[in-house]
Design a protein around this ligand. Structure first.
Ligand SMILES: [Mg+2]
Length: 223
């Protein structure tokens, strides 16, 4: 049995263009930063974080990006810098975790396994997009983003099915996408629904990606 009772679903939207290189080689900047705290047992969304982020390396969104994500130029121009978004997110995270006695993996000496985890669809959000952007901008990536569950990895093993898209993954387990695809906040909510469905179906949850060296806790045990 796994120890998890809550999940935090995150789905970034980032700058993109037509005919661009493969995901790991792109110079993407985050433009939408949503997070959803879901109670795995009740399936309820208990808290929501949502910020639009202003791109600075390539401030002008492509038409492709706007039509894919629905995010308008004026929305990102009114957005906050990535560092500000990260600071507000950590503040939000600490408040929501402590209100429920939740602990993320490797963030506490007394409970290194934790009882709450970050979930994304593939490893792109934290492993590529956020990691590369923080490195380029010389921003310290908060240590709490070093461990997460890639829902797709668990999904494929548990349902013995390789979805060709996120939408297809939902349909295969009889869920319907709610809202607008590639709107980060809607993607995060739908991923939250999927992880709750996987929880109800008894899928075994364990951290699928850990960027902190073997057995070590995150250094400062803060965030
Ligand atoms: Mg998305």
């Amino acid at each position: 049995m796994h120890p998890f009772t809550y999940a935090i679903s995150v789905d970034f939207e980032a700058t993109c263009w037509v005919n661009q290189p493969a995901q790991q080689f792109r110079l993407s900047e985050i433009i939408e930063f949503p997070a959803i705290l879901v109670n795995l047992k009740t399936g309820m969304v208990e808290a929501e974080f949502h910020k639009y982020v202003m791109p600075v390396e390539k401030p002008q969104l492509s038409e492709y990006c706007t039509s894919l994500t629905g995010i308008q130029q004026k929305t990102v121009e009114a957005g906050v810098p990535l560092q500000t978004a990260l600071n507000s997110f950590i503040e939000w995270l600490k408040k929501e975790l402590s209100a429920r006695n939740l602990v993320l993996p490797k963030m506490s000496m007394t409970n290194p396994q934790g009882n709450c985890f970050f979930v994304t669809w593939t490893n792109w959000d934290f492993g590529i997009c956020l990691a590369k952007e923080c490195a380029r901008k010389n921003i310290r990536k908060p240590t709490c983003f070093n461990q997460w569950i890639d829902a797709k990895a668990i999904y494929q093993k548990w349902y013995k099915y390789r979805p060709f898209s996120f939408n297809n993954a939902l349909e295969h387990v009889r869920l319907t996408f709610q809202g607008r695809a590639h709107s980060g906040i809607d993607d995060a909510k739908n991923l939250g629904s999927l992880i709750c469905k996987m929880f109800r179906d008894g899928a075994p949850f364990s951290i699928t990606m850990d960027l902190t060296p073997h057995k070590e806790l995150n250094e400062n045990r803060g965030f």
